[in-house]
Design a protein around this ligand. Structure first.
Ligand code: BJW
Ligand code: ZN
Length: 264
């Protein structure tokens, strides 16, 4: 009992420290991963429930898997699209959106393709009577699940929701459409990852939320802030390779911790 009380006091102190570091910072970069959406009901990639029909994401999120079995890969993405459509942003997305809307110099970067940060940006801007939600739209370094892209001509379209005769095709060139996301072995959009790297380099603080920090180049962003003399704050259920380098490491669920770390 005494140990529990001590742990919760320690967490409270860490939350206060994180809060004061963020308050004093001029430039903040926030990097989020699948964990930030876990409490919205979207499974993470590498944790429990991260498998889909006993396949690892590394087997499905590749151009080779798509070439070999477009039906299978599309089935996975259609399943995820349906799941995401039923989910809503949680208190963690909302707290981050408020931070970006109310404080200057905040850059949100997400590895997630679920669009929940943007949805939170819109609802929070409305609630705060802010006309332009732009400041809280994240740099989506791994793309967006709700867009399709032609594998041949790169034409972008809104997601196709119904398939009739096999995987969808491009209206312009007939090439196979795919979700507009970044798979293993593919390059990230140089403008988007470039903007993320610039923000990480100029940040006083990098707040890293709900990512295993294993997938590069996004996983390298916190180290860029550290090497440039900034601080790291981590929010995660578990310890990661970044935990030892963090000025404050908060172990717990982001939907309950972020609203406390980011006070009004
Ligand atoms: C909670 C929580 C709660 C749970 N609250 N927390 C340098 C070194 C080594 C390898 C490479 C390198 N550079 C490039 C590579 C190769 C590769 C790579 O990084 N491989 C590693 C796995 C070793 N990278 C690439 O191929 C990238 N391309 C590239 O670099 O191009 C140039 C190049 C090509 C070839 C060779 C070299 C260079 C592209 C990477 C694309 C990743 N794509 C995916 C799929 C996107 C589409 C889709 O969603 O379907 O992106 S993979 C998947 O992993 C997805 C995620 O965005 C990404 C990161 O996962 P994330 O978010 O960290 O999730 P999890 O599940 O891993 O972790 C969740 C965390 O949350 C856990 O820590 C939990 O504890 C926590 N959590 N609940 C708080 N409630
Ligand atoms: Zn095309």
């Amino acid at each position: 009992m005494e140990r529990l009380a001590l742990l919760s006091l320690r967490l409270e102190e860490d939350v206060e420290r994180a809060n004061s570091i963020l308050e004093q910072a001029n430039q903040i970069v926030v990097l989020t991963g699948a964990g930030v959406s876990a409490e919205s009901g979207i499974p993470t990639f590498r944790g429990r429930g991260g498998l889909w029909r006993s396949r690892r994401p590394e087997e499905l999120a590749t151009p080779e898997a798509f070439e070999e079995s477009p039906e299978l890969v599309w089935e996975w993405y259609q399943w995820r699209r349906r799941l995401i459509a039923e989910c809503s942003p949680n208190a963690g997305h909302q707290a981050l959106a408020r931070l970006a809307l109310k404080k200057d110099g905040v850059t949100l970067i997400t590895q997630n393709v679920d669009g929940l940060h943007s949805r939170a940006a819109q609802t929070e801007a409305k609630a705060l009577n802010i006309l332009d939600a732009q400041a809280a739209f994240p740099l989506e370094v791994h793309g967006a699940i709700n867009r399709d892209r032609c594998s041949l001509c790169d034409r972008l379209t809104d997601a196709v929701s119904h398939f009739q005769l096999g995987p969808p095709q491009c209206n312009d060139c007939g090439g196979p459409l795919r979700p507009d996301v970044v798979w293993f072995g593919e390059s990230l959009d140089p403008i988007i990852i470039g903007a993320a790297q610039e923000a990480a380099l100029r940040a006083d603080v990098c707040l890293v939320v709900g990512t295993s920090a294993l997938v590069h180049p996004a996983a390298g962003l916190p180290s860029m802030t550290l090497r440039a003399g900034g601080l790291l704050i981590e929010v995660n259920l578990e310890a990661t390779t970044l935990t030892n380098q963090a000025a404050v490491s908060l172990q717990g669920r982001s939907a309950s911790l972020l609203p406390r770390v980011i006070k009004a």
